[in-house]
Write a protein that binds this ligand. Sequence first.
Ligand code: MRU
Length: 327
Amino acid sequence: MEVKAFYWKGDHLLLLDQRRLPSEEVWLELRDHLQVAEAIRGMAVRGAPAIGCVAAYGYLLGVKAGYDPDDVKKTLERTRPTAYNLFYALSRMEKALKEGRDLEEEARSIEKEDYEANLRIGSFGNILIPRKASILTHCNTGALATAGWGTALGVIRTAHRSGKEIHVWVDETRPYLQGARLTSWELLKEGIPHTLITDSTAGFLMRSGKVDLVIVGADRITARGDVANKIGTYTLSVLAKHHNIPFYVAASTSTFDLSVSSGEEIPIEVRSEDEVKTCHGISVAPTGTPAYSLAFDITPAENITAIITEKGVIQPVTEGNIRRCLS
Ligand code: MRU
């Protein structure tokens, strides 16, 4: 059975609580936009495309319940500042409302388009994957992070299903452990050979010739191709460049923010220091030690071999190629 992060049930949203995975599969019933906003802020749902889809249903719930549409939009927008799909989905919902179109249909379309985009990203990405490949990935970019199938993990899924001999190195992805908890869970369900590593293992594996390529997702991509993604992505890109290993980003066009040119203009989410200082509620640092919990970093376009979208592969990553691909 395919993994799904959420289901729209006509009058409420059923959401798989990703904080409880992999130990428990608990489904939350979200009945208003405030509950949806809290689920996004609290990371019950995460991954830029999934956040966008869920926010669209949140907008629908809020507006249907008679709340002021501007307030509903603002409440949902304030949850996570970096994931561009959130802003993309909410502005589509706002436009649909202004044009008098059916909001439920619009939210369903956003979900369907994301799923279909991921299947196409998988097919385009598969062209870049050798018949036998050891692939390193970071965070979770699978069905859990999207409307289904996944972006970077979707490429891996497609390559595996097409009969290629794939092995995945899964970065645990400190501090939230999306790799250890979620990517491993999805790969295990799909029967894709994989091995979990600590984030700091990646460099030496590359030096030892054990990584053929790196593929990651994106939270926001600028007009010149700078990519915001899970903290640690930039480090991997530098390592991959140093070791002459292809570094791919897989993302749908709804993750591109063409209103900004440089990655420096992207707002980076800073999360609670407790996420660094504790692990599953257990303290791993002295109480008095301050911690800095940046959720994302920026990988400059120069470090990226290609960006795989549902409209094609952008290579080399230049503003001209991005604008041509997206138009
Ligand atoms: O903090 P998260 O778990 O929402 O971060 C997720 C990522 O960084 C993903 O790589 C990105 O959203 C792409 S998911 C297809």
